[in-house]
Design a protein around this ligand. Structure first.
Ligand SMILES: *Cc1c(COP(=O)(O)O)cnc(C)c1O
Length: 459
């Protein structure tokens, strides 16, 4: 008999292995069917490896260890924390805005029991889920009223359906954009039942283009903030105040999809000026929509702000019922908006804002700390200047100076592969075949995890 046949014959039977596993106290924490499945998988794995001549001997403990690895992997959560070392602050694939620790404590306190989600504590009767936060949003943005949906795409769809269904909606060709996660204005428009009327050219649209295209059928003048691309050169677009004045004169509505939802004037922090929600409303726009998890720095949702009579109509639209936000979102958004009552607090406490506005000195200190941790592991690495980006379909041209730690003596692809398969995966950036950890998006609490990841990789 060949060694291979001997090995195959010696493989334990499932029952035998299950009995063996019972000697390990940890096994009690896994459901029986998972253990059974993993045991079969373990035996099969070793059988295949013997057949492929990949092993020439094994111990029962090797199979047991393999089974425990499978059990651990299968029982761990599939949606989990990752370390973002890409330098993209609002990374749509990595969950956009990061929640501050205090927000999580607030969620825990609010949601570990029942809540007054739709209960009016003054009357003791049924209430509205939007009531808790509407005044706060109105106060901060300067709007008369507000309502929420589960994302901004839904907010735009809802506005168009309520006010534009079977009517014409006028939009500049230069604003027919596709933004993060395949949100395309023409498609949303079609879904809403509104008829798209494109005007102007890709690079230039004038007020007279709007005036000439208005007909009996027109209901809305729509502006879309082209947040993820930018045309330069011979361009022209019409200001919000001109559009809102024209809408008022012709008895139409003006609506602006701002996308990123900025409440803070970033030019104060040396960044490019982004139109703020307050400014859009001040210029006379009737309704403004934006995302909760982009520059606002809160949970995924869509916010619609504007005139009260219009918001009241939206509240009666049946789509709102389909798009409604859950209590987690409401609690997280209330926490987020509350921070904005003092801009310096918002900048300090909301991670997205903090990372956008922090000084380059602080970033360098973070890079130096990571560099020294990795150097202590005898890794050859160096600090290099990088360009971090805001991302999430915001500020297309605006890069932020940052620093990265570049690993010089380890293969970038091996590191990438190893880090992706880790318990807490690390997503870095590969440039010129070098693995770079951009510290713009790394939190200091994560340094210890990163240290351990590298230690394990080197073993
Ligand atoms: C991001 C964005 C959207 C989509 O927002 P979601 O919250 O992702 O649904 C719509 N319009 C603009 C202009 C955007 O930037």
């Amino acid at each position: 008999m060949s060694n291979k046949q001997i090995l195959l014959r010696s493989l334990p039977k499932v029952d035998k292995l299950l009995e063996e596993l019972n000697h390990y106290p940890e096994i009690a924490s896994y459901p029986y069917f998972e253990v059974y499945k993993a045991t079969n998988e373990g035996i099969n794995h070793f059988r295949q490896n013997i057949l492929k001549n990949e092993i020439s001997s094994y111990e029962i403990s090797d199979i047991i260890n393999y089974i425990f690895r499978v059990l651990k992997k299968n029982s761990s959560f599939k949606l989990k924390r990752v370390i973002n070392a890409t330098g993209t602050i609002l990374h749509t694939n990595l969950g956009r805005a990061v929640f501050p620790e205090e927000l999580l404590l607030h969620l825990k306190k609010t949601l570990s029991g029942y809540s007054n989600l739709e209960f009016d504590l003054e009357t003791g009767k049924r209430g509205s889920r939007y009531s808790h936060i509407e005044n706060l949003i109105a106060e901060i943005t300067g709007a008369e009223a507000a309502v929420l949906t589960n994302n901004n795409a839904a907010a735009v769809l809802l506005c168009l359906n309520e006010f534009g269904k079977d009517k014409e909606v006028i939009i500049s060709r230069g604003e027919l954009v596709e933004v993060g996660g395949s949100f395309r204005i023409p498609d949303i428009m079609e879904l809403s039942g509104a008829k798209l009327k494109e005007i102007g050219t890709t690079n230039r649209t004038h007020l007279k283009d709007y005036i000439n295209s208005i007909s009996e059928e027109t209901s809305i003048l729509l502006k879309v903030h082209t947040s993820n691309y930018h045309i330069s050169g011979f361009t022209s677009s019409v200001s919000n105040s001109d559009i809102s004045a024209l809408a008022k004169e012709k008895n139409l509505l003006s609506i602006e999809d701002l996308g990123s939802g900025v409440l803070v004037d970033f030019s104060k922090y040396g960044l490019k000026k982004e139109p703020t929600i307050q400014e859009s409303l001040k210029s006379g726009i009737d309704l403004v929509t934006f995302s909760g998890d982009k520059l606002l720095g809160g949970p995924q949702c869509g916010v619609i702000v504007g005139r009260k009579e219009l918001i009241d109509r939206i509240k009666r639209n049946q789509f709102l019922r389909a798009f409604r936000v859950c209590k987690m979102t409401l609690a997280a958004l209330e926490y987020t908006f509350k921070q904005y009552s003092d801009e310096s607090i918002a900048i300090q406490k909301i991670p997205t804002l903090n990372r956008i506005t922090e000084s380059l000195d602080i970033v360098l200190k973070r890079a130096e700390k990571l560099h020294s941790i990795l150097s202590n592991l005898k890794i050859e690495c160096e600090i290099i200047p990088t360009e971090a980006i805001i991302g999430g379909g915001s500020m297309p041209d605006a890069t932020i100076n940052s620093y990265g730690v570049q690993i010089n003596n380890l293969s970038a692809t091996s590191l990438e592969e190893y880090f992706l398969a880790s318990d807490i995966p690390l997503i870095g950036r590969i440039q010129n075949n070098m693995f770079i950890l951009d510290v713009k998006t790394i939190f200091e609490e994560e340094f210890e995890i990163i240290e351990n990841l590298f230690k394990n990789f080197l073993q």
